[in-house]
Ligand binder design. Structure first.
Ligand code: AMP
Length: 216
């Protein structure tokens, strides 16, 4: 199972990717999580990425493409993966298609999660993240059991790039740079659209239908 989960920030693709990963035993690879971990560790990648992330901009393609081509070759990705937050530009999408082809591989499909901007802003403003295990909660739709504490015991935070001003910037970057991938994957015959409105379980049911229909 090799899938890309595509969609705007706040649409819930990370939450769905985590559920699918758990159910099907495939690895959930989220570029945002990898970059946040690198920033926390102040690694060379983290130091380079920080300025872009804090301003709601995308990290340059060259850094991301190398990172992800290497990540999907790791042993834990052998039995399958869900990519969340990658590719995010046409350059990344095309480079990834070529890298897969060179290895005689292909994606099984791309799920595009759609939702209007007003609902996205509402979802992002209620989002709380765990800086330790990267779990994501929502104060209305997916509440932590223990007020603002993660199941792993760490106090939850609101991500710096989830503040309203940066969110507006991220939505505009998504429209300009990431949304063209919808047409790209449609053209390749890989795209399925899932309406991301409604509750987590309802959306998950639709995702599972697509996964079953696409897996070869
Ligand atoms: P996310 O957690 O997916 O919303 O990502 C948080 C931030 O990390 C984004 O706003 C970008 O600055 C950066 N980022 C994540 N994935 C990518 C990517 N594929 N290409 C470039 N920048 C990325």
């Amino acid at each position: 199972m090799q899938f890309v989960f595509l969609g705007p920030p706040g649409v819930g693709k990370g939450t769905q990717a985590a559920k699918v990963s758990e159910k099907h035993g495939v690895v959930h690879i989220a570029t945002g999580d990898i970059l946040r971990k690198a920033m926390a560790e102040k690694s060379p990648l983290g130091v380079k990425a920080k300025g872009y992330i804090d301003e709601g901009k995308l990290v340059p393609d060259a850094l991301i493409i190398e990172l992800m081509n290497d990540r999907v070759r790791q042993p834990d990705a052998k039995s399958g993966y869900i990519l969340d937050g990658f590719p995010r530009t046409m350059g990344q999408g095309q480079a990834f298609t070529e890298a897969l082809e060179q290895n005689g591989e292909h994606l099984d499909g791309v799920i595009y999660f759609s939702l209007d901007d007003a609902a996205l802003v509402e979802r992002i403003s209620g989002r709380r993240s765990c800086p330790s295990c990267q779990s994501v909660y929502h104060m209305i739709f997916n509440r932590p059991k223990n007020d603002e504490i993660c199941a792993c015991g760490t106090p939850l935070i609101r991500r710096k790039d989830d503040d309203p001003e940066t969110v507006t910037k991220r939505l505009s970057v998504y429209g300009d740079q990431t949304a063209p991938l919808i047409a790209y994957y449609k053209e390749l015959g890989l795209l399925s659209e899932v309406d991301a409105g409604g509750d987590l379980e309802g959306v998950n049911g639709k995702v599972e239908e697509v996964l079953q229909g696409c897996s070869r």
